[in-house]
Every structure is written in C-alpha cells, then in structure tokens.
Design a binder for this molecule. Structure first.
Ligand code: NAD
Length: 366
C-alpha cells in the first residue's frame, strides 16, 4: 500500500530511517574497487511494473546527499509513471563521481552488471551526467536498459517529447486560468533553454506567444533568441517579469520563499523536476496567490512515455499520441484539486497513489 505523504520528510536521518520515510522497496549500494564504481540504485515501488528511471552521475558533496537524491528522484518516478497511465514502477540510480573525469567504459559496464543482477526489477536510462553512449555500454551487459540511440532501435533523445508534454500541460493550465488554451499573444518566460526549453520555445513561437528567455549560456541564448524572436532577460530578472506564464525548465526548487512573492504570473508550467522547494508550504501559497500550478511530474512525463514506448518496440507517433493525453490529465487534476480544496501538486500525488493502490488490488490474486 502506498501511503500519502508530502515530500518534506527526512526527520530520521539514518539510512533505514530515510528509506522507511520515503517508503522504498529496495535500495542497492553498488561498489567496485577496480573501476571505482560507487552507485546507489533506488527501487521505490513496483506495483505497476518494473521500476524505470535514469542513472544520474554527479559529484555529490557527500554520500548522504547522493542517497537523498536517489530516494527523492526514484519516488518521483513512481508518481510520474502512475499518473501517466504507464505500467511502470519508480526507480532511479546515482553514480557518485565526476561525469567528465571519472567515467569509463569499464565503470559503466560494471554498473550494467549490477543492473543485470536485479533481474528486471529496475530498468535504467539516461539522466544528468550520462549519455546514450553510456547506455550502449550498459546494454553490453544487460537488456534492462532503455533510451538507446535511434540507430540501435532505441527512442533517442527524449527532450522533444518532454517539451511537447510540457506544452500540453501549459495549454491545459491556460484553458483553466484564462478560459482558452490558445497561447497566442501570451507573455511566457522560459527559465533555461537547454534541451527541453529549446524545443518548448519552438512550440511557443509557432503559436505566436511573446517569449522571454534566460540561461547561463550566452551562446545558447543568442541562438534561441535569434531563431524564435525571444527576448533575453537576466537570470534574476525572470522572477520579477510581468508575464502570464512562468515556465521553469532549468533547475528544481525555483518556487520558494525568495521568489514566490515576486512572481506576477497566473500560471506556472515547466519541465523542471521538483519545482516547489517545499510542496506542503509553497503548494498552498500558490493557491492563495491565485497562481495555477501545473504539477511538474505530470507535465514533464513525455520523456518517460517515450522511453516506455521503446520497451514495446519504439513507435514515435504512439509516444506523441500518448504524451498528448497530458492535456486531459492536467485538467482532471485541476478539477480534483478544486473539488477537494487542495493544491494541485497534492491532487496529482493523490491521483497517482489511487491508481497504484487500485491496480495493486487487481493484481492481488493469482
Ligand atoms: P539541459 O541541461 O539541457 O538544460 C537546462 C538549461 O538550464 C541549461 O541550458 C542550463 O544552462 C540552464 N540553467 C541552469 N541553471 C540555470 C539558472 N539558474 N537560470 C537559468 N538557466 C539555467 O536539461 P534539459 O534536459 O533541458 O532538462 C531541463 C529540466 O527538465 C531539468 O530540470 C530536467 O530534470 C527536467 N526534465 C528533463 C527531461 C528530458 O527529457 N530532458 C525529462 C523530464 C524532466
């Protein structure tokens, strides 16, 4: 049984204390002296199917930080898969190390052996710090890997599909907040024009939205702004802009105590994971301010839907068609939130948990 808990947990800092608070099924610590591999695989919930989620490689400041990241991210995957109607559980893995310096073929393949030993309970894919090339190395050791290059029969870069789902969620939010899902003439700020943000801007430009962009990288800003006539703004300025929609597509936690009173938008809809710094605080505060929040794990699920499609023999059209359903799901969440008088992120979590619990019962007999 999955229990409803909002994300701000972690009162007990012991390893089992944290695993128990997040309610994980299994957490695997992987170590290999030869290659220097130190990885943690978090399998949060497999009621709906095998746990699927990317492997992140990052120079964590501490092992505790790595554990916290893998627990939080794998839990998020459970909800993302459940709410998107996929028969997948939630999992994620982290490799501790600098992706630029510490990565090697042998390290990735050794890691692949650990994934193999889980016999399909966990299927891995790309994430921050890992690439399709790394997935190829993992594939040499196990079949439990997705997100392979298109040339190898895989689904390739998930970012265009993620951007499409985010766009669908944004349109649904516009419909709810403004009475029409047209984004024509709407002032929209996009924070981070990397893989997803870049494709999102392209979709917004096609609808003649007025686009404002920010990023760390000047060359990326120059490129996107000249291609799509987007106005470049400062990295801090983005929070003070008088816009209709704010779209966080860079980092998590940007809706927080410092920014929330500066935002003038009526809608927040972006691709970043964990946009609300503290769900139980900032979710209700957005409601009070009259800002409609499109739940992140719902509207950024396009990438997962794309990878899921790969498991059944990749079909791009069907991945897009399934991603388009995010529009309807987002409207359902707004309705549930209104009916129950709760914030939208909590409504999305509840809906995901309802599906896991009800399907768990369907599968309770042989
Ligand atoms: P990316 O690294 O390609 O792009 C992120 C961009 O944000 C970069 O250009 C970076 O310079 C910029 N950035 C970083 N910090 C910034 C700041 N403080 N202000 C402004 N810009 C900043 O990543 P991506 O693949 O486009 O993913 C974007 C977000 O969406 C991430 O949070 C990711 O976890 C999430 N997401 C991505 C996918 C996917 O399919 N790629 C799927 C689900 C969720």
């Amino acid at each position: 049984m999955v229990e409803l808990k909002e994300v701000e947990l972690k009162k007990d800092k012991s390893v089992f204390g944290q695993i128990s608070e997040y309610n994980h099924e299994k957490v695997v610590f992987c170590h290999d002296h030869e290659t220097g591999l130190k990885a943690i695989i978090g399998i949060h919930n497999t009621v709906l199917g095998p746990a699927l989620g990317g492997t992140r490689m990052w120079s964590y400041a501490s092992e505790a930080e790595a554990l916290d990241d893998v627990l939080r991210l794998s839990r998020g995957m459970t909800y993302k898969a459940a709410i998107s109607g996929l028969n997948l559980g939630g999992g994620k893995a982290v490799i501790i190390g600098d992706a630029k310096k510490d990565k090697s073929e042998s390290l990735m393949r050794r890691y692949g052996r650990f994934v193999k030993n889980l016999n399909g309970a966990y299927i891995t894919a790309e994430d921050v710090g890992t690439t399709t090339k790394d997935m190829e190395y993992i594939k040499m050791e196990t079949d439990y890997v997705a997100g392979l290059p298109e040339a190898m029969g895989g689904s390739g870069d998930p970012s265009p599909v993620t951007a499409y789902g985010t766009y669908m969620g944004m349109k649904a939010a516009a419909k709810k907040a403004y009475g029409s899902d047209s984004l024509e003439g709407k002032k929209i700020s996009v924070q981070g024009v990397g893989h997803v943000g870049g494709y999102l801007v392209e979709l917004l430009a096609k609808e003649n939205a007025q686009i404002f962009i920010t990023d760390i990288y000047e060359d990326r800003l120059r490129d996107i702004s000249s291609k799509y006539k987007a106005k470049v703004v400062g990295m801090e300025e983005i929070y003070d802009l008088d816009v209709d929609i704010y779209s966080p597509c860079a980092l998590g936690g940007t809706v927080n105590d410092d920014t929330i009173n500066r935002l003038k938008c009526r809608v927040i809809a972006g691709s970043a994971n964990n946009q609300l710094r503290e769900e139980s605080v900032h979710g209700p505060e957005l409601v009070k301010k009259g800002i409609l929040y499109a739940p992140d794990f719902l509207i950024n699920a396009g990438g997962l839907i794309n990878v899921y499609s790969e498991l059944q023999g990749y079909n791009r059209e069907s991945a897009y068609a399934q991603t388009e359903r995010i529009y309807g799901y987002t409207l359902d969440i707004f309705e549930l939130a209104e009916k129950e008088g709760i914030h939208t992120q909590l409504a999305a979590t509840k809906m995901a948990e309802q599906r896991i619990n009800s399907i768990g019962k369907v599968r309770s007999t042989f």
